[in-house]
Structures are given as structure tokens and as C-alpha cells.
Design a protein around this ligand. Structure first.
Ligand SMILES: [Zn+2]
Ligand SMILES: [Zn+2]
Length: 341
């Protein structure tokens, strides 16, 4: 909301909202409530909830099996390698692909690279790319106000109970509640019009399954046995899905609750340093809300941002260009403006 490089109308749904951009978080202002056509209708709500429940609970079953396996001394190097490969690939698919490329257009690349990143992000099983992007753009448009699909601060009451309910909603509860999901037509028309991305979106289920198949194949290839394939599926599939999910979800919950706020963004976004490495840089979330289109969320070496390093390497190999950068003086100017405010 506060970036000069705002790319498209979905980041500013109305003039009244823009004027209210610096309003205190969690006020639930009704004057700039989301319009009906901004909310994505869900076809089969019960089925969607059941599938979401399976995808949410299955990794915990996997974790139980994995814990038992560790207890039994069965965890092998091949499992750790498969987990690491799958975690990095699907995690970067979400951070570099779904978030920085598709949602915020922080850089440009070839259609083939867009396809690869869309596929890797889909394999994280956080939903098809178009809905992921639509929800996230709506989150930026209404950050911590009524209309935000996953704010821990809106409509959860006061006291400890309100805090816990808010965090639970922002972390995972919002996936089961379909009242504030971003309309695809309103928030992601560019991706629906992109033949490559639209195709990966339509074939989401295959990529989700392919990610699990890849974990099995990697385990088999590295460990050399069917058993290694199955434990690879457990670690590189179920456990990886659990960890990627909850690390990603922590951005929505913890990074709107705990941490530092170097920039006044008019919302509750925060920088949570200890979460920066596992989230590949996404935990510099206050920086990100201050400069949403910036390819780097971490500013300077004190704020490690693996996704930004990946984009930089892609640039060196000619695989990324028109990378959006925020010069230091612009960051200083923003801090100076708020210091004098
Ligand atoms: Zn946020
Ligand atoms: Zn974002």
C-alpha cells in the first residue's frame, strides 16, 4: 500500500481505503469494506473443507510416523537429503514464484521459468496459484482490516482468548472460512490471462501428486530400495508438506503479531528475525508491507533473504530481469518521514 511501484488496481480497491491506509490496525472499518465482487465464491464448500482438512491433518499423521521412525533409529541420510531437496524446491516455488513473481511482479522472466516456478509452488500444496495470489493480493489491499482473508486482528475479541483465536485464524483457520477469499477475476486477472500460469493452475492436482511422486523417486534413487522410496515419500512428502505449510502460515500469523516494525505501514506487519532463514527471507514482513514489489524483503546483510539471493543468481544467468529494487535513500526517506510525523 505504501510502495511507489504499486503495479495494479487490486492493491488499492477504493479511494476511501487509500485515505485510510494509515488507520490503526484491527479497526474493522466498515466504510471501506470489501465489495461483494471482491470475494471469490466457492463451488463446493463442503468438499473444499474436507480436502483442506485432509491436507492439513495428513502431514501430522506423517509426522507421527516419522517420529516413530526416528525413535526406532530408522531415519537415514537419504531421508534427510530428500526432505532438504523437496523443502528447498517447493519453498522457493512459493516464495520466489507464487509470492515475489506472480503476486508482486518483482521481476520478469521467461514463460518456461514461470511454468517451473508455478509447478514448484503448486507442489507445496497450498492451493492453486491463482487462488493463492488472489488471496494474498487481497491481504495487501486490506491488511489487518475487514476484508483481509487472514488477519489475526480482525473480529476476534479481546483478551488472551481473542489473541489465540486471532492467531489460529490467521495461521490455518482462514483456509476453512470462505467469506473473505480474494476474487480471481478481481485480484488475479493477469494470471488468468496468462496461458502458462492458467494451465498450471488448472492442472494443480497433478503437480501436488507429482511433488509426492518426486519424493518417492528421490528416496528410491538415493537409497536404492523400495523401502528408501517409501521413507523418502514420508519425509520428502508428508513431513516436508507439514513444515513448508506451517512455516508459510507463520508469516500470516506470527509476522502480523510478533517482531519489530521499522516502517509504519498502517497495518500490524512485523519483521521476525528468527523466522527469516526457514522462510527464505519472507519473515522480513514489515519491510515487505512497506515495499511490496521489492524483490528483496531483507535489506542489507543483517537481514538474510535467501529468495532475494536466488533472484540475484537468476539475474546473473540471464533468467531474471527488470528486478524491482528499493534504493537505500528511499528507505531512509520513508523512515525520516515517519520520524517527523
Ligand atoms: Zn502480511
Ligand atoms: Zn506479499
Amino acid at each position: 500500500m505504501t510502495d511507489e511501484h504499486l503495479p495494479a488496481p487490486w492493491t488499492k480497491p477504493s479511494a476511501s481505503q487509500e485515505a485510510n491506509g494509515a488507520a490503526p490496525a484491527g479497526n474493522g472499518a466498515s466504510s471501506d469494506s470489501p465489495r461483494h465482487d471482491e470475494v471469490q465464491p466457492v463451488g463446493n464448500e463442503t468438499l473444499t473443507r474436507v480436502v483442506t482438512a485432509i491436507v492439513t491433518i495428513a502431514p501430522f499423521v506423517g509426522l507421527g510416523l516419522a517420529a516413530w521412525q526416528m525413535w526406532d533409529g530408522l531415519l537415514r541420510t537419504s531421508d534427510v537429503i530428500v526432505f532438504a531437496i523437496m523443502y528447498v524446491l517447493t519453498g522457493l516455488g512459493v516464495t520466489v514464484g507464487f509470492h515475489r513473481l506472480f503476486t508482486h511482479r518483482s521481476f520478469k522472466t521467461y514463460p518456461a521459468v514461470r511454468a517451473v516456478l508455478a509447478v514448484l509452488g503448486s507442489a507445496a500444496i497450498e492451493g492453486p496459484v491463482v487462488s493463492w495470489v488472489a488471496d494474498h493480493r487481497k491481504h495487501h489491499a486490506y491488511s489487518d482490516r475487514l476484508g483481509d482473508p487472514h488477519s489475526p486482528h480482525v473480529d476476534h475479541g479481546n483478551g488472551l482468548r481473542g489473541v489465540l483465536e486471532g492467531l489460529a485464524h490467521a495461521h490455518v483457520g482462514w483456509l476453512f472460512i470462505h467469506t473473505q477469499r480474494g476474487s480471481h477475476r478481481r485480484y488475479a486477472p493477469d494470471l488468468m490471462a496468462d496461458p502458462v500460469v492458467a494451465w498450471v493452475d488448472r492442472t494443480f492436482l497433478y503437480w501436488a501428486l507429482a511433488g509426492l511422486g518426486a519424493a518417492f523417486a528421490l528416496g528410491y534413487a538415493i537409497g536404492g530400495s523400495l523401502r528408501a522410496g517409501l521413507t523418502g515419500l514420508l519425509w520428502g512428502g508428508a513431513v516436508r508438506m507439514l513444515v513448508v505449510h506451517h512455516v508459510t502460515y507463520s508469516i500470516n500469523s506470527l509476522c502480523h503479531f510478533f517482531g519489530r516494525r521499522p516502517y509504519k505501514t498502517g497495518d500490524e506487519s512485523r519483521n521476525l528475525a528468527w523466522l527469516a532463514l526457514p522462510t527464505f527471507g519472507e519473515a522480513w514482513h514489515n519491510n515487505h508491507h512497506a515495499f511490496p514489489t521489492s524483490a528483496s524483503h531483507g535489506f542489507g546483510w543483517r537481514e538474510p533473504d535467501i529468495s532475494a539471493v536466488v533472484i540475484r543468481v537468476m539475474t546473473l544467468f540471464g533468467l531474471a530481469w527488470d528486478v524491482v529494487r528499493v534504493p537505500e535513500e528511499r528507505r531512509q526517506r520513508k523512515r525520516a518521514v515517519q520520524a517527523s510525523a
